[in-house]
Design a protein around this ligand. Structure first.
Ligand code: HEM
Length: 251
């Protein structure tokens, strides 16, 4: 059995179910409360303010999964686990799933579907402005997450999906700004985001420096260096599949 088959056939469905667990747990709690079963553990977990608890749980899982999605590439490269790539789209879509539910919960349950009040909040409360902007950035990424969109957009797809970095930063800011006293938790999330984005920034600087070096090397070799240039091209070709994998879209 190939590692690819194992990952797709067995590990992916397990990861799928794990990602779904918080939503199932919340749904069970809400159903139990609605049917008056106050003593079930799922209902008790929603505490004294279930509306706020559901809102917060959806938000925190959205942020966690967004950061896990961003961690896939560094873990793949540093840990040498190429198969991790197979999970990235699913994780990203789950992050969007929780964030969209978080937004819809706010709109329908908290604001009773009052768009005017929602936009008032977006304008007046900076943490909602940050959260809403992050959500808006994620919408085109979710819409273009299909293979077809990837093929149609080509390299533009990669550029578009860099929006995920801004969304992660805004998500952390949103969390930070709403905390009144103890900033330890948002600080941890912000530090993880900074680490993941910092790693990407460094890698892109290294790549750029490498490309410039290769260019200036080819220039200084001049016509006599043709044989070497040929060798370079050959080795670049043999590196191409790996490079293609490394160059895959961000997130
Ligand atoms: C990328 C987008 C977003 C992320 C990652 C995110 C994440 C979070 C997190 C982590 C929390 C705190 C959870 C906790 O305290 O345990 C939270 C709370 C909250 N978020 Fe978001 N959020 C996002 C977008 C939005 C949007 C679009 C809205 C509404 C327009 C919104 C409204 C709220 C509200 C009202 C709270 C609760 C504040 C409170 O408990 O006082 N969020 N969000």
């Amino acid at each position: 059995m190939s590692p690819d088959y194992l990952a797709r056939r067995y590990v992916k469905p397990i990861v799928f179910l794990l990602c779904l667990l918080p939503a199932i747990w919340l749904a069970l709690g809400i159903l139990a409360l609605q049917s008056g079963n106050m003593n079930s553990s799922a209902a008790l977990a929603l505490g004294a303010n279930p509306v706020e608890k559901v809102q917060d749980t959806l938000g925190i899982w959205g942020l966690r999964l967004l950061l896990v999605t961003l961690a896939v590439t560094p873990l793949r490269v540093l840990g040498g686990w190429p198969k991790l790539q197979l999970f990235r789209r699913m994780l990203g879509l789950f992050a969007f799933f929780y964030i969209a539910l978080h937004f819809l919960w706010y709109l329908f349950v908290d604001q009773a579907f009052n768009w005017g009040q929602l936009f008032g909040d977006v304008v007046k409360r900076p943490y909602i402005t940050a959260g809403f902007s992050a959500f808006l950035l994620l919408v085109p990424l979710a819409v273009t997450s299909t293979q077809r969109a990837m093929r149609r957009l080509g390299r533009r797809w990669q550029k578009l999906h860099r929006l995920v970095y801004a969304a992660a930063i805004l998500g952390c800011v949103h969390y930070w700004w709403q905390v009144k006293a103890d900033i330890r938790e948002p600080l941890i999330y912000a530090a993880i985001a900074a680490l993941l984005l910092g790693w990407r920034g460094l890698r892109s600087l290294q790549r750029r420096a490498g490309a410039q070096q290769a260019q200036s090397g080819a220039r200084t070799r001049g016509p006599g260096g043709e044989r070497d240039a040929g060798k370079d091209q050959e080795s670049a070709r043999s590196r191409a599949p790996v490079q293609r994998l490394a160059d895959q879209p961000p997130a």
